[in-house]
Design a protein around this ligand. Structure first.
Ligand code: NAP
Length: 299
């Protein structure tokens, strides 16, 4: 089969090339992939994986072979999937990491959901956000656009932080700010996608008892906390890591249900074929994709 495989000498360290067919375990189904989506982390770090590895995590398509243990959807079911080796004509994926795509939902939109949507959903679930002030940094990106929408669905007052005025387009937040300018009151929850000096500044905006979920570090810049700047008298402020992608099937089904009901936009800002991977990756790293980049996979 064909796949986007790690090739250190290729542009972006990935090449469309022959790869072995997936070999499913008893609890895995085989998906015939129709669409994949890109995430900043995968694109940035592709070159650090062993050459020949089939890359990527987000896919949508049709079940080709159901799991041998009888779990999961039947052959022919349209599903979205999250798992290693997704950027291929076929992938083996745990049945606990897929969800059926509801009628009326485009598979390209379904492929845009897994990594970014699940991350936004699960980080928001760490807190009771109803009526709380939630700050989302990197709000114009893949995770950010889902986080803004889901936080609004959850009844939060949402402040979306973007890098420039142009990147604010289409963001349905209570407040949209450039960097952290103009945030005049403390916030209860911060979903931070950017890291670096902005994370240090954002910490100072946190209310007593508030929490920062450190999702990503798109800036690539170090964060330097001055001595005692993390010291606080009162209800503890916390900073947490996020990377929990266990048993994602039910949460993926929730996201797909929101899309089917018109309550969540998949936010696909770049569409093309997987032959155009290089251009899509460059646009993503250049901060030129509003939301997600989705590529169709030819069989
Ligand atoms: N922990 C996890 O499980 C998990 C899951 C998914 C993603 N992540 C990480 O979370 C971060 C966001 O992922 P994503 O897929 O949403 O990425 P993305 O679509 O590329 O969005 C990144 C956002 O960061 C902002 N940004 C601010 N400073 C930046 C800089 N110096 N360089 C590049 N971007 C900068 C950009 O803002 P503007 O658009 O306003 O320019 C952009 O909207 C990444 O670091 C990713 O690796 C972690």
């Amino acid at each position: 089969m064909l796949a986007l495989v790690v090739a250190p000498d290729a542009p972006g360290s990935l090449r469309l090339a022959e790869a072995p067919e997936p070999r499913p375990t008893a609890g895995q189904l085989v998906l015939e992939v129709s669409h994949i989506s890109l995430n900043r982390g995968e694109v940035t770090f592709a070159g650090s994986r062993p050459p020949g590895t089939v890359h990527g995590y987000d896919a949508a398509g049709v079940v080709l072979h159901p799991a041998a243990d009888g779990s999961g959807p039947a052959a022919g079911t349209r599903v979205a999937a999250f798992g290693a080796g997704a950027w291929a004509q076929r992938m083996a994926v745990e049945t606990t990491a897929v969800a059926e795509v509801p009628a009326g939902v485009d598979p390209a939109d379904a492929a845009a959901l897994p990594m970014a949507g699940l991350t936004a959903l699960r980080t928001l679930r760490t807190r009771d956000i109803l009526g709380r002030r939630v700050l989302v940094t990197g709000a114009a990106g893949g995770v950010g656009r889902y986080a803004v929408q889901l936080a609004r669905l959850g009844g939060a007052h949402v402040i979306a932080s973007v890098g420039s005025a142009a990147r604010a387009e289409g963001l349905d937040a209570d407040e949209v700010v450039i960097g952290l300018d103009g945030i005049d009151r403390p916030v209860d929850l911060i979903l931070d996608n950017v890291g670096g000096p902005q994370l240090v500044a954002a910490w100072q905006l946190l209310a007593a008892g508030g929490s920062v979920q450190n999702i990503g570090w798109a800036s690539g810049e170090p964060a330097v906390f001055e001595p005692y700047s993390l010291f606080f008298v009162g209800a503890a402020k916390t900073m947490s890591t996020f990377g929990d992608v266990r048993e994602v099937g039910p949460d993926l089904a929730t996201l797909l249900g929101f899309v089917a009901a018109g309550r969540l936009s998949p936010e696909v800002g770049w569409r093309g074929t997987w032959q155009e991977y290089g251009a899509a990756a460059a646009a993503l790293l250049g901060r030129n994709v509003p939301g997600k980049a989705v590529l169709s996979v030819s069989q």
